[in-house]
Design a binder for this molecule. Sequence first.
Ligand code: PGA
Length: 239
Amino acid sequence: MNPSSWKEARNLFEETKRITGFSKGVTVIVAPPAIYLRELGELDRPRRVFLAAQHVHFERSGSFTGETSLPQIKEAKAVYAIIGHAERRRVGETNDDVRQKVAASLAGTVTPILCIGEGSRNPNGEHFAVVKEQLLAGFGGVAAGKITKVLVAYEPVWAIGAPEAMQPRDMHEMSIFIHKTLVEAFGAVGHRVSVLYGGAVDASNARAIFDEGEVQGFLVGRVSIDAEAFTELLRVIAE
Ligand code: PGA
């Protein structure tokens, strides 16, 4: 439900478009609440700014009160969809739902941003098993030839909304693990899947996570709805 009003969404979108213009080489995917997608989609935007839905249903139509379909978000000009965000999983979205949504997105030519991430960590390293299960389930309906069309957003749930992000070296380890898991399942092409990091990203930690974490981008929450902080973040990433 962020941003919380149309006025705020429109202002943030205008700011985001403006600062993306100065951030050479950076692609920005804006994921507003579905109710704002269509009007934002009608506004002009630079080529490096895209729209995404925060949540979609896997069926193309039917009686699913309150849901939004892939054809509907496409009609509103969204070409990406966030799938399996921790906040959706918390209210009941399962690995099987996620699998169907990723497959439906690809079939509908919408790029899925598949969110995965463990709830907590302990010294036994059980989080790797959780991540592997979510990852393989998410890719369960994807043909080997299409796997590079999925963006993986690794977001440890304990870092979302937290004061601090994960350590860059831990992200590096996780990035290797994600690629290794995909290579085992799909062959060498697994190396080429893009991995994003999410969870307390801001201008102060982005550089280190980007340089050392082996990530191709970020999924940004709080900082994305603060025009000043987001400007700073884009500046760091552009550098
Ligand atoms: P945060 O949120 O950047 O505020 O931690 C991340 C997210 O919403 O996925």
